[in-house]
Design a protein around this ligand. Structure first.
Ligand code: SF4
Length: 354
């Protein structure tokens, strides 16, 4: 059993790439004090207001990896690109949009399986069983881990940007008691670019590196379970699950290398560019919704959330062709929140300018 930090670090990096990760970096596991101060400031300024559970205690907890694994020494920071093939070519007249990360299989499942394989190889090599495997959890500050481990730097849109793969990357972490040879933190800059701040239609990026989460379209379409504030609905355009605008305009993403991961390609034609009228019909039935989106991130918004979002996107289309479908949907809808959004959409299409 060889636990020389240099040799072990080489072994881990090679194994991570063999298992299918595009990025791997190693960081020491001390507390993230700067991130903690920044998060507490965001909470105080009300920028995380939409996520009531993300309070000061949670922020403090997530900034010290020792809370998750007593005796932790190192973090293996992992990244995988989800930038895949082109958008659907044949788009229906009324097309919505889905954030790239949700086109394919649920990334939690895909990344967990890869991490498990990697962990087994590491523990066979070292004998160490003490580890925590994490994918996209608010109990650790994953972007700060990635920055410390050299994976990428923070863009003004708060995404982690890797110079090779851009910001279309999923992050995962293995906390371990092993001592490793650490990578230098990532360095990079947006320079004078402010494209993402200007492009955000709901003005959610209130200043560089500060997103007001309850204005963000990702929050509005996924996390928010109730009524979408009326003044923010027009800015949502056709987005029915998540949003990529601040990433699409980013120069780093324009030249980003794609990943080779078929798991993240659209499972069926139209998953990346949904037919809004078809999804309005589909979401009438819980069984049909579950069957279509089983194993994908879209289950997270639940049927009524997706139906609410589709109603907003149809309202934003200003296309009267959607009126009969919206009226039919309203005639069978019993959920008061969805009903209110359907009524709003109908009003948009009945306005004289539409
Ligand atoms: Fe930075 Fe410009 Fe990308 Fe925004 S769009 S993250 S400002 S480089």
């Amino acid at each position: 059993m060889n636990t020389d930090p240099l040799e072990l670090s080489r072994f881990i990096k090679e194994a991570a790439r063999e298992v299918g990760f595009d990025l791997v970096g190693l960081a020491q596991a001390g507390p993230f004090e700067e991130t903690e101060a920044r998060l507490l400031d965001h909470i105080e300024q009300g920028r995380i207001a939409g996520l009531a559970w993300f309070n000061a205690d949670r922020a403090r907890f997530s900034c010290d990896p020792a809370n998750l694994l007593p005796g932790v020494r190192s973090i293996i920071s992992l990244g995988i690109s989800y930038l895949t093939g082109p958008l659907s070519e044949d788009k229906p007249a009324l097309t919505g949009r889905v954030a790239r990360y949700a086109w394919g299989q649920d990334y939690h499942t895909v990344l967990k399986a890869k991490m498990q394989t990697l962990f087994e190889r590491i523990s066979q090599h070292t004998g160490s069983q003490s580890a925590r495997l994490l994918v996209d959890t608010a109990r650790i500050v994953d972007r700060s881990v990635g920055q410390r481990a050299g994976l990428g730097f923070f863009g003004k849109n708060t995404n982690l940007i890797n110079k090779q793969f851009g910001s279309y990357i999923f992050l995962a972490e293995i906390l371990t008691d092993l001592t490793l040879e650490y990578d230098p933190p990532a360095w990079g800059t947006c320079g004078r670019c402010t494209r993402c701040l200007e492009a955000c239609p709901t003005e959610a990026i209130v200043e560089p590196w500060a997103v007001h989460n309850d204005r963000c379209i990702s929050y509005l379409t996924i996390e928010l379970k109730g009524t979408i504030p009326e003044e923010l609905r027009p800015g949502m355009g056709g987005w029915v699950f998540g949003c990529d605008i601040c990433q699409e305009v980013c120069p780093y993403n324009k030249k980003a290398q794609g990943g080779e991961h078929p798991e993240f390609q659209p499972r069926q034609a139209g998953d990346d560019a949904p037919d809004l009228l078809a999804w309005l019909r589909l979401t009438e039935s819980e069984a049909a919704f579950r069957q279509k989106f089983r194993g994908t991130p879209l289950l997270r918004t639940k049927r009524t959330g997706l139906r609410r979002n589709v109603a907003v996107a149809l309202g934003n289309s200003h296309d009267p062709a959607a009126l009969p479908a919206l009226q039919q949907a309203l005639s069978v809808e019993t959920d008061p929140i969805v009903r209110e959004h359907l009524e709003w959409a109908i009003r948009q299409l009945e306005k004289p300018e539409s």
